[in-house]
Design a protein around this ligand. Structure first.
Ligand SMILES: CC(C)=CCC/C(C)=C/CC/C(C)=C/CC/C(C)=C/[C@@H]1[C@@H](COP(=O)(O)OP(=O)(O)O)[C@]1(C)CC/C=C(\C)CC/C=C(\C)CCC=C(C)C
Ligand SMILES: [Mn+2]
Length: 392
């Protein structure tokens, strides 16, 4: 059935109800927002594509991922024969080691602290996380890298086809081969990977976000997905009593928190590229507009607006914290390290008196270095016990 997606203004909830059913999925204690997105099928029949908030739509993915990992379902059940697909005089084992080594080199080059943080993970998990990292980095490079101006939606379609091949055991190159192997070994599903590509498509066609619901979906696509890809590899602690949904939810929250932080740090830089990732309705409520961002003046209005945005990002970090202790013990350290480091960017924006137009918020070398043992202590003892231990 061919269908077009229309954006219509349904007006109040009651009106919407008369046009299509308000879909209420069972996310307890979350308000069901009516989203005015309606899909018309052939003959004008309303298909009711989605009247749910982005949060609810994303939560369905979370539930699916959690179910997969519970069942220990492999993302792809493939026989792995690298020599069939990659040329060279190697045995399978040599090629795989080389593939993972290459991934490690990319991580060490692009994300030193993260690379260091992976050193405490078990070797197998570390290598798998590197492979996922490299795929994410390459995907982001498509729209943000030196060839970005040549990237079309078609190119992203080809990248998605290549992803399917990777999941079916037909890698194109060594980095793909590492990922092919990873997804054959761990219960990693293709959905979050496809969703990340969808986020890159969104970036190509959209430069404004009407409200937080739209922004949330974008953040899920480009960053929340990373959490969902990583948990099956990081592993859940055998003694964990938390539900898998809770853990996935925390992983999603960490991705969202990181991306919101990214956005707040890069307001000036993004503005100069003609992009505003801040919710337009919230800007308007604060008495601000795109013009204020392009002018880049730190006013009282801007400071107040930023305070609200920072508070929201911190709430997502808090939600993420709840899940880290449930991960397998060796995986907790890098996750705490990334959480502590990213969250400090928010402190740095505050320290810059909310000038994210001309000053880039960053975590200095000393704080970066101090965060690693702090993360290690928290991973070992938990945040409360670490505080008690230090206060003794
Ligand atoms: C239970 C629990 C809390 C589990 C932890 C789950 C977990 C490991 C979550 C990781 C969250 C995370 C690190 C998300 C990355 C978010 C992010 C910064 C996304 C960036 C997107 C695009 O942004 P933009 O273009 O605006 O930014 P740049 O200017 O380009 O920086 C990304 C760049 C998408 C690509 C993401 C990556 C390259 C990072 C991938 C990282 C991993 C696979 C490793 C994650 C593991 C650890 C230990 C952090
Ligand atoms: Mn990017």
């Amino acid at each position: 059935m061919s269908s077009v997606v229309l954006w219509v203004n349904c007006g109040p909830k009651e009106n919407a109800k008369s046009m299509v059913d308000i879909c209420s999925i069972g996310r307890t204690q979350r308000s069901v927002k009516v989203c005015s997105r309606i899909k018309f099928g052939s003959g004008g029949a309303v298909v009711a594509e989605s009247l749910r908030s982005s949060e609810e739509r994303v939560y369905e993915v979370v539930l699916k991922q959690a179910a997969l990992v519970r069942e220990e379902k492999r993302g792809a059940n493939i026989e792995f024969d690298l020599e069939k697909t990659i040329e060279g005089d190697f045995s399978n084992g040599d090629l795989l080691n080389l593939a993972y080594d290459r991934c490690g080199e990319v991580c060490a080059e692009y994300a030193k602290t993260f690379y260091l943080g992976t050193q405490l993970m078990t070797e197998e998990r570390r290598k798998a996380i590197w492979a996922i990292y490299v795929w994410c980095r390459r995907t982001d490079e498509l729209v943000d890298g030196p060839n970005a101006s040549h990237i079309t939606p078609k190119a992203l379609d080809r990248w998605e086809q290549r992803l399917s091949d990777v999941f079916e055991g037909r890698p194109y190159d060594l980095y793909d081969a590492a990922l092919s192997h990873t997804v054959s070994k761990y219960p990693v599903d293709i959905q979050p990977f496809k969703d990340m590509i969808e986020g890159m498509r969104m970036d190509l066609r959209k430069s404004r976000y009407n409200n937080f619901d739209e922004l949330y979906l974008y953040c899920y696509y480009v960053a929340g997905t990373v959490g969902l890809m990583s948990v099956p590899v990081m592993g859940i602690a055998p003694q964990s009593k938390a539900s898998t949904e809770t853990i996935y939810n925390a992983a999603l929250a960490l991705g969202i928190a990181n991306q919101l932080t990214n956005i707040l740090r890069d307001v000036g830089e993004d503005g100069r590229r003609g992009r505003v990732y801040l919710p337009q309705d919230e800007l308007a409520q604060a008495g601000l507009s795109d013009d204020d961002i392009m002018r880049g003046r730190v006013t009282e209005k801007w400071r107040n607006f930023m305070k609200g945005q920072i508070k929201r990002a911190r709430m997502f970090f808090d939600e993420a914290e709840k899940g880290v202790a449930e991960l397998s013990s060796a995986s907790r350290w890098p996750v705490w390290a990334s959480l502590l480091l990213y969250r400090q960017i928010l402190d740095s924006i505050e320290a810059n008196d909310y000038d994210n137009f001309t000053k880039r918020a960053y975590v200095g070398k000393v704080n970066k270095l101090l965060s690693l043992p702090a993360a290690y202590g928290i991973a070992l003892l938990g945040p409360q016990n670490l505080t008690k231990f230090l206060m003794r």
